[in-house]
Ligand binder design. Structure first.
Ligand code: ACO
Length: 423
């Protein structure tokens, strides 16, 4: 059977055979036969925007791989910085490469004092940390004008290191500001995750020592959130990057996309939802209200996964490890019951709605002491790696500026009506 499709323009009787390559057909070939006829595909449900060799997802089978390596193996055996190297470079680092990469990221974790004192401390006391993060990362572009040199690999490396290194520092600073605690400077003796926890929680002790089980949980959660191919924020990064904006402006736009409750803000919504449900007995009534269209079951459903999100299984296991340290979050029982009731209900079965990565992540973060507003921030810290890997891949592929078409449904030409003649 030929691996191709044939399309026929019934107005002219002309046909074209288009080969199917890697599961896709070229829109350019289509346009040769049908110039000016656009694919109508709101939300890009059936459109591949790019070729990418970074992350593979099989949503029906529940498979996720970074550069070919199953997410389960990375979560169990790797670290966030090693995964970051893998995503950015395509291969796992050897010992020397990992040492240099870790050293470089560690050395760039400090932020310019003006970023903290002038920008972050200028916000209202109850500013949402995601809003602070979007603004602070955009502001970094003014501190590093060399970032505009986007086709210089050395400059790209430097900005990549800076962004990955400074995200935890700015995120923790945003939190400390919101609770009126003094800023904690990065500690170069600590690992990426340890340092983040130190900047979050250190009080008066000379060196903050996080429980290794909590450090491990943060590593795993960051690995799971590091990339997820063409999600809303990564596509935003590619689209903004295609205009050749610098990586700080592009990353700020990706964070803004992540902010929404349908994307990175979902874990925040899950917690609010579980609190609202309040107890296990209220779960069936809540599920009925979702089915009646009175709201969403947050943490359920995914554009690509029509099976259990493989990350959700790992997160569920991490939850038990964390609860050994923190004590069980009582919301876990509500979440487990919610999952049990939903997965047995025809509404969710027929729509193939399963728990996604964020169904359980918020419960862990809350048990560790993070306020709900910080949940999407934690997501953003981890996803910065994926955004930058896609940004670099897009630049290297010489991607054209992103510019979709539209199906115009407005007025035909009509004259301007002066104010005096308007009804
Ligand atoms: N609760 C109840 N019903 C849902 C849910 C949900 N969480 N998700 C989808 N549905 C229903 C829709 O109402 C729709 O029903 P219909 O066919 O009767 O109209 C059907 O399932 C298909 O859903 P769509 O909205 O078409 O799916 P889409 O792919 O556009 O949206 C999304 C995916 C945004 C993730 C959606 O499932 C959702 O809003 N989920 C809750 C928010 C969430 O958890 N987001 C995190 C995503 S993962 C991430 O970003 C890390």
């Amino acid at each position: 059977m030929p691996e191709s499709v044939t399309i026929t323009d019934n107005r002219t009787g002309k046909s074209a055979e288009i080969p199917i390559k890697e599961g896709g057909v070229s829109a350019a070939e289509w346009s040769k036969l049908l110039p000016g006829i656009w694919f109508y595909d709101p939300a890009f449900g059936a459109t591949a925007e790019c070729e990418s060799s970074i992350t593979f997802i099989d949503g029906d089978a529940g498979i996720l791989r970074y550069r070919g390596i199953p997410i389960e193996q990375l979560a169990e055996q790797s670290t966030y910085l090693e995964v970051a190297y893998l995503l950015l470079n395509g291969e796992l680092p050897n010992k020397e490469q990992l040492a240099k990469w870790t050293h470089d990221v560690t050395q760039h974790s400090f932020i310019h004092e003006n970023v903290r004192k002038r920008f972050l401390e200028g916000f209202h006391y109850d500013a949402h940390p995601m809003g602070m993060l979007v603004s602070a990362i955009a502001a970094l572009s003014t501190f590093y004008p060399d970032a505009k040199d986007i086709f210089n690999p050395e400059s790209r490396y430097l900005q990549t290191v800076r962004l990955i290194a400074k995200m935890p520092t700015i995120s923790a600073a945003a939190h400390r500001f919101s609770v009126g605690m003094p800023f904690v400077y990065p500690d170069n003796e600590l690992s990426f995750a340890e340092n983040f926890l130190s900047m979050m929680w250190k009080v008066a002790e000379p060196h903050y020592k996080a429980d290794p089980r909590l450090v491990h949980a943060i590593e795993v959660l960051f690995i799971l959130h590091a990339d997820h191919e063409q999600n809303c924020s990564t596509t935003t990064m590619r689209v903004v990057g295609s205009s050749h904006a610098d990586p700080y402006a592009s990353t700020a736009s990706a964070i803004a996309a992540l902010y929404g409750p349908r994307h990175g803000g979902a874990n925040e919504e899950v917690l609010r939802m579980l609190n609202e449900i309040g107890s296990v007995e209220n779960v069936p009534a809540f599920v009925e209200s979702v089915k009646a269209g009175k709201g969403l079951l947050y943490g359920f459903g995914h554009r690509v996964y029509k099976n259990y999100d493989p990350r959700a299984k790992i997160v569920q296991k991490v939850a038990y490890d964390v609860f050994e340290v923190t004590g069980k979050n009582p919301l876990l029982d509500i979440a487990l019951k919610l999952e049990e009731v939903a997965l047995a209900d025809d509404y969710f079965i027929s729509r193939r709605l399963y728990p996604n990565v964020d169904f359980y992540s918020g419960i862990i973060y809350q048990a560790m002491g993070f306020p709900v507003e910080m949940f999407p921030v934690l997501f953003a810290i981890a996803r910065t790696t994926g955004w930058l890997a896609h940004w670099a891949e897009s630049l290297e592929s010489k991607a054209r500026i992103a510019r979709p078409r539209q199906i115009y449904t407005g007025y035909d030409e009509r004259p301007y009506v002066p104010m005096a003649k308007r009804s």
